[in-house]
Design a protein around this ligand. Structure first.
Ligand code: NAD
Ligand code: IPM
Ligand code: MN
Length: 358
């Protein structure tokens, strides 16, 4: 047999909790797709995690970013576990990678998958497809601020950082995406309550919108938008939002199509000057970790987004179809989707569907 023509070098950081469980399953699916679609993947695993922090005092080594840099992409499970404060674990691993590699777009698409019931009554697949484009490198997530004082005088100040370059590039990405898909763009704002950064965000959004007269666009206060995601999701397409608003709205968009167990995501460096990183919307889910019941679908679809990014578009589409086929049958669904399949059984169903109809 001839050697596969394309080899992708992927760094894998399983991380913590169910991140470890679902990443192992995503690797199995990608390996199956590699043989079906004739490409090769070279996996390099990194044990960077809260467990490592507890043992060494560091989430990743000093040269961690240098170790990741030569890879074509990074597949990450989830970071964070009880015992290590979240702001230590996340700012020690996930957030530095997003920033150092200028992964300024966090792309979070959702759609209603066959066989999955939306918690919204009377809503079908045609009503429920939206893409959150979350700013991923600045905004409300910053290390600027401080704490001082004691007792009643104690205070904390946390600054948000919005740069013209940072806002403009993510808004432009959202418009390009909307144009390519024939969708409208809605920008999540809060310029009624937040007096500097959000009017600035709105101004830049409106300036960019002028360049896309063919793309319907609107500004929507984030609180009203949250309600609209539940009450009128059919009128939404691409949603562009700041780091924090995008974080909140993407858990909500996942919930309206059946939950965090099926929502994929990509941290993209659109210019491809650095590797992009692929990790599902969900976290390490300590409440179900170790039980073998985590839904692997979110991470499998995340891996499909990674393959798409690497140019393996046929394999990515094949995995999406295989997930649809696996979930259409109750025996392939994990408990969060009303089934009783284990993580491994659900993945087996996806791999079987991939093998029968690649
Ligand atoms: P979470 O997403 O881990 O869990 C929220 C709820 O959703 C839990 O009830 C969980 O059981 C359920 N859930 C999530 N993924 C699921 C899956 N695949 N299958 C079935 N059920 C699933 O959010 P959390 O509890 O707020 O956070 C737990 C930890 O993960 C924290 O340390 C948090 O900071 C971290 N976190 C990390 C990431 C990341 O690394 N990308 C993302 C979110 C949260
Ligand atoms: C996510 C997570 C992270 C974020 C946390 C864990 C820092 O919630 O990827 O959605 O808010 O970016
Ligand atoms: Mn989140």
């Amino acid at each position: 047999m001839e050697a596969p023509v394309r080899t992708h070098r992927i760094a894998v950081i399983p991380g913590d909790g169910i991140g470890v469980e679902v990443t192992a399953e995503a690797l199995r699916v990608v390996d199956a797709a590699a043989s079906a679609y004739d490409f090769a993947v070279e996996w390099t695993a990194f044990d960077w995690s809260c467990e490592r922090y507890t043992a060494t005092g560091q989430m990743m080594p000093d040269d961690g970013l240098d170790q990741l840099r030569p890879h074509d992409a990074i597949l990450l499970g989830a970071v964070g576990y009880p015992g290590v404060p979240d702001h230590i674990s996340l700012w020690g691993l996930l957030i530095p990678i997003r920033r150092a590699f200028e992964q300024y777009v966090n792309l979070r698409p959702v759609r209603l998958l066959p066989g999955v019931a939306s918690p919204l009554a009377g809503r079908a697949a045609e009503d429920l497809a939206m893409i959150v484009v979350r700013e991923n490198s600045e905004g409300e997530y910053s290390r600027i601020g401080g704490r001082q004082g004691v007792g009643d005088d104690e205070l904390a100040i946390q600054s948000a950082v919005f740069t013209r370059r940072g806002v403009e590039r993510v808004v432009r990405y959202a418009f390009e995406l909307a144009r390519s898909r024939g969708l409208p763009v809605c920008s999540a704002t809060k310029s009624n309550g937040i007096v500097f950064s959000m009017p600035f965000w709105d101004e830049i959004f409106s300036e960019v919108a002028v360049e896309y007269p063919d793309v319907p666009s609107e500004l929507c206060h984030a609180d009203a938008l949250a309600a609209r995601m539940v009450l009128a999701p059919d009128r939404l397409g691409v949603i562009v939002a700041s780091n924090l608003f995008g974080d909140l709205l993407s858990d909500l968009s996942a919930a309206v199509v059946g939950g965090l167990g099926i929502a994929p995501a990509a941290n993209l460096n659109p210019e491809r000057t650095h590797p992009s990183m692929f990790e599902a919307v969900h976290g390490s889910a300590p409440d179900i970790a170790g039980k073998g019941i985590a839904n692997p679908v979110a991470q499998i679809l995340t891996a499909a987004m990674m393959l798409d990014h690497l140019g393996e578009t046929a394999a990515a589409a094949g995995i999406e179809r295989a997930v649809d086929a696996a979930l259409a049958d109750l025996s392939g669904r994990t408990p969060d989707l009303g089934g009783s399949a284990t993580t491994v059984r659900c993945t087996d169903a996806v791999i079987a569907a991939l093998a029968s109809a690649p």
